[in-house]
Design a protein around this ligand. Structure first.
Ligand code: HSE
Length: 370
């Protein structure tokens, strides 16, 4: 019998990337799928193989949800907070797969990233774990890039600076960044004559436009185009942003590390659309040669790819432009730092919506239905 799988939040960015991947990989053939909505009950379900409901069900209808074997939600934390506990309270025994962070750190949930923690997932399943949550995007992307070093327990600590895409902030933020780009494009068009003979005059006009009252910044609060925002998420008591806090907390949970691995640094929003980049300073536990580091990283998984530390290939392949919309995890700028042989530099890029969000969910669903 095919498992009955319910999908929530499938129209959002992560949800639609998930559906697209599932269609491509023909995953819908293996399940009976049901589609839910928080606002458009009765409208048509997407045109998908083995769909169980022609018209969308109400996302808050517990009587329908409780009949499902698996629920996959990309609906967000508020939905999880309302529905998950209600379902568990009435002893719903199904599997809950979640893109939001609400349940990530609970002791009865597993953060899923199977190329890294497949064994933990399997032992969790044998142990009766029913809640599987996608990790924070920078954490998942870092673990895939540095998987070989983490697996061999070579890492003492990591200092990281992130360059995070606006997609991580959600669709409204992405839309607003595009409006900001449009806004300054108009200024450039209007003042095209300065392009040739007074570029600084044009630069000044663009800068001034960012302070106009009607410059779009309802969601972002500040200009991101032509700028960056060195803060993501809320302030923690210790001065970290919550995004920065997640780095160490989630990594250690995913790896089930006995010896804590220290991870910290600044998380920065940039105007890339859907690819996160990260610059790492890594303190190794022992001196490993660069060629061994290359081998360990490259052999860990099939998505990571070493980019030689030379300008041409770095500029070509170690960029959001090259990676967007793919599962590639390029890692480059690998070299020993001036601080000593134990100190390693690396830089990596990954698609925030694929490996950073949707793909680990698709893969845990696949594990659950097989
Ligand atoms: N919190 C991340 C970001 C995305 O803001 O980029 C979700 O993992």
């Amino acid at each position: 019998m095919k498992k009955k799988v319910g999908f929530l939040g499938w129209r959002g960015m992560v949800g639609s990337v998930l559906l697209k991947r599932m269609k491509k990989k023909k995953d819908f053939k293996k399940i009976k799928s049901f589609f839910f909505t928080t606002s458009q009950v009765g409208q048509k379900s997407p045109n998908i193989k083995n769909v169980g409901n022609i018209f969308l069900y109400d996302a808050y209808d517990i009587s329908i949800l409780k009949e499902l074997d698996i629920i996959v939600t990309c609906q967000g934390s508020a939905y999880t907070n309302t529905i998950f506990f209600k379902l568990r309270k009435i002893c719903w025994k199904g599997y809950w797969i979640d893109a939001s962070s609400t349940l990530r750190m609970n002791s009865d949930s597993i953060i899923v990233l199977d190329p890294i923690n497949y064994n933990n997932i399997l032992s969790g399943l044998n142990f009766g774990i029913k809640t599987f949550v996608g990790g924070n995007c920078t954490v998942s992307l870092m673990l895939l890039a540095l998987g070989g070093l983490f697996q061999k327990k070579l890492i003492d600590w990591v200092s990281v600076s992130t360059y995070q895409a606006i997609s991580g902030g959600g669709a409204k933020h992405l839309q607003e960044l595009l409006l900001q780009i449009k806004y300054i494009s108009k200024i450039i068009q209007k003042n095209e004559k300065y392009l040739e003979f007074s570029i600084l005059e044009l630069e000044h006009k663009i800068l001034k436009s960012l302070f106009h009252n009607n410059f779009p910044k309802e969601y972002l609060k500040v200009p991101l185009v032509n700028s960056l925002i060195p803060w993501i998420d809320t302030l923690m008591k210790n001065g970290q942003s919550k995004e920065e806090w997640k780095g160490m907390a989630e990594t250690n949970k995913i790896l089930s590390s006995k010896k804590k691995i220290y991870i910290d640094g600044n998380c920065v929003r940039i105007s890339s659309l859907r690819c996160h980049s990260q610059s790492f300073t890594i303190k190794l536990l022992k001196n490993v040669s660069i060629s061994d580091i290359y081998t360990l990283i490259q052999e860990h998984n099939k998505w990571v790819k070493i980019i030689p530390n030379v300008p041409e290939e770095t500029m070509q392949y170690l960029t959001p432009t090259f990676v967007s919309g793919t599962l590639k995890i390029p890692i480059g700028r690998i070299r020993k730092l001036n601080f000593g042989e134990l100190y390693l530099s690396a830089f990596s890029v990954g698609d925030q919506l694929l490996w950073g969000a949707a793909e680990p969910l698709r893969r845990i669903l696949k594990i659950l239905i097989s």
